[in-house]
Design a protein around this ligand. Sequence first.
Ligand code: NAD
Length: 367
Amino acid sequence: MAKTIYIAGLGLIGASMALGIKRDHPDYEILGYNRSQASRDIALKEGMIDRATDDFASFAPLADIIILSLPIKQTITFIMELANLDLKEGVIISDAGSTKSAIVDAAEQYLTGKPVRFVGAHPMAGSHKTGAASADVNLFENAYYIFTPSSLTSPDALEEMKDLLSGLHARFIEIDAKEHDRVTSQISHFPHILASSLMEQTAVYAQEHEMARRFAAGGFRDMTRIAESEPGMWTSILLSNRETILDRIEDFKERLDEVGQAINKGDEEQIWNFFNQAREQRQAMEIHKRGGVDSSYDLYVDVPDEENVILRILELLRGTSLVNIHINEENREDIHGILQISFKNAQDLERAEHLITENTDYTVVIK
Ligand code: NAD
């Protein structure tokens, strides 16, 4: 039976979800709320949604499923607003917030006793881009789509959500909201703090040591890539997961002190063990097996510095969906080869490796 879906917030996540829902459920009607007209217009024009409003409350009573894809604070405000609206009996309310405890707590506080079901959710994919203009139907492909069930989540609500979102081609997983926030504080929130701190430290240092900018190469780039993320989103993430993140910061300070002491003492064995342990731990990690969150599929080609080399490779890869191409020309110290090409999935990576090795003499490395 065709359903009416209401997506509030037609930003990167909301608009990409609309595209993914349409892919498997072209008969569903998708309604969209957005504050600014620009994203409403894009979403209508591109056929992501069927109708749009700037008045959140107006479409809510029409929906079978409501997805709030807004900043965390605004998600909570709208949950409070939904508690006072006359919604369809048994409506499912879900969200996309990057932290879960604050949102799930608010849902339990304001929606308990109402004839609604709530499914906390966090689609673990994204980018530094924002707005409906950046929407991508493949954004969630192979990414974890995390559900955080609570007292307001019945098993049938979860099944309905999975059916609704099947066209996203994501990997559904369930986890407790508090545990979600602990895990993401370690593998996502804290790394963002580190990347931005490292970037700021380097920028200040470079004022006195100008060559620092020029010598920064692959390792530095990998470590600081996420410092380009959207500041508003990360501010609200840190503020909605304070205690857990503070705990990670304290833990890290101790680790830094320990390495500092080992260096101070000149303890060669301790320093070697420090690096070796981290190396072994990383090699054993999921991210290394290509299934990890946010991983891309990278291929490095050691190419000569000659005219038309890149064109030749791109010509070979015609029809393969590469997502990024990067030329590392400044410093080859800690990178394999010079041309880095990223793919969305393992099949395209394998195909590219085969095509380049069959048709050229260049060395191809997959890390
Ligand atoms: P976005 O900036 O692209 O979109 C945000 C949306 O919220 C826009 O539609 C904007 O108009 C609306 N909005 C912002 N403030 C508002 C307010 N005060 N009142 C009404 N509407 C308001 O951001 P996004 O990346 O789509 O993020 C949406 C949610 O998804 C956030 O909770 C974010 O934490 C979560 N999320 C983001 C990512 C990511 O990497 N971008 C990944 C997973 C989850």
